[in-house]
Design a protein around this ligand. Structure first.
Ligand code: GFB
Length: 322
């Protein structure tokens, strides 16, 4: 831990949110909307700004909005996100949009004296072949997974921005690295989504059509760790209140499954009894990315939502939006 920093136990809050003005940047996204839901019980004033009000890619607009609205704290949940195919297809968007949003918010937060900022990254920041489970200090120790290196570079830059402003200007800016997330408000578009919503949609549509099979991308052998977005939001609020240090913190469930196991679980929840076929012309991506959960667990935080009930709940929300 660096001098002047702290990681408090849960009942020893170092940055209480009660009575504060808290901006959730990206409040319409899956994670941002989960953070808004979670903040409802914190007694703070939640600030939001939709795209029609504030373009996060314009530096002067971000500076002016922060100067006018004076948040005490910011959750940086705004980002260009997507699954393996979207990452691979739109490298410029994933690199540029994310870099510009991060730099605009971090710099404007410093200029306006915002008390605390939490930057949200992703487990893809780690090297493709990092030792498992991946510890926080594996960052920048090896080459990245090519399908998402553009997004990873942007997210690594976000961590470094928070660290640089902490080091040079003494800002209380921290970073959280969530694992693969899913849940309410997920993107179910088959071309741009992550694996979980894609499998829910495929299994549901196959069931309705009376199909014999669904097709999953890749070999089905890669392993992924999943965390429900509501658990992630709870961890973000926990870190905002209890953590103040240089190093980023992994936010995961501590357990992983193969993509084939995930597909079987999704089919069970959805009630699709057909075959699962693999399409090996599609990429697998990283073979495994299970993050170490030790650091956050050591501070006293645990996820609450198991994978099975989490999928059931996400499927119910998918159905209610049909
Ligand atoms: O969730 P996903 O798109 O992203 O894919 P990553 C995870 C695994 O599921 C890959 C397989 O091995 C996919 O080939 N998969 C099987 C599918 N069927 C499907 C399908 O129908 N749709 C999708 N999307 N995948 C992303 C990164 O990597 O993870 C991002 O690209 C970010 O940058 C995110 O870090 C958390 O886990 O491979």
């Amino acid at each position: 831990m660096s001098p002047g920093s702290s990681a408090a136990m849960p009942n020893d809050v170092i940055f209480p949110l009660e009575g504060k003005r808290v901006w959730v940047a990206g409040h319409r996204g899956m994670v941002g909307s989960a953070i808004v839901r979670r903040l409802a019980s914190e007694g703070c004033e939640i600030l939001t700004a939709g795209r029609e009000v504030l373009d996060l890619e314009r530096q002067s607009a971000v500076e002016a909005w922060i100067a006018d609205n004076k948040p005490d704290a910011i959750f940086m949940a705004a980002a260009k996100v997507g699954g393996i195919l979207a990452n691979d297809t739109y490298p410029a968007d994933f690199l540029y949009n994310n870099l510009v949003i991060e730099t605009n918010i971090v710099d404007a937060a410093w200029r306006n004296g915002v008390g605390k900022v939490l930057f949200l990254g992703s487990s893809c920041i780690y090297p493709k072949f990092a030792p498992q489970p991946i510890m926080e200090d594996a960052l920048l120790t090896g080459p990245l997974e090519p399908t998402n290196e553009w997004y990873a570079i942007a997210k690594i830059a976000g961590i470094k921005l928070a660290q640089a402003y902490r080091k040079q200007h003494g800002c209380d800016f921290i970073s959280a690295m969530p694992t693969n997330l899913y849940g309410i408000g997920d993107n179910f578009d088959l071309n741009s989504s992550h694996v979980m919503p894609a499998l829910i949609r495929k299994a549901h549509e196959a069931k309705l059509a009376g199909a014999d099979s669904i097709t999953i991308w890749g070999t089905g052998t890669p392993r992924r760790e999943f965390l429900n977005a509501d658990d992630c939001a709870d961890a973000c609020v926990f870190l905002m209140k209890n953590y103040s240090d240089f190093e980023h913190v992994n936010v995961g469930s501590g357990e992983d499954v193969t993509i084939l196991q995930l597909a079987q679980l999704v089919c069970e929840v959805v009630g699709f009894k057909g075959e699962i076929i693999t399409d090996t012309s599609k990429p697998d991506g990283t073979p495994r990315k299970l993050m170490s959960a030790d650091k956050l667990r050591g501070m006293g935080w645990r996820p609450q939502i198991e994978l099975g009930p989490g999928i059931t709940n996400t499927y119910a929300h998918f159905l209610s939006a049909q």
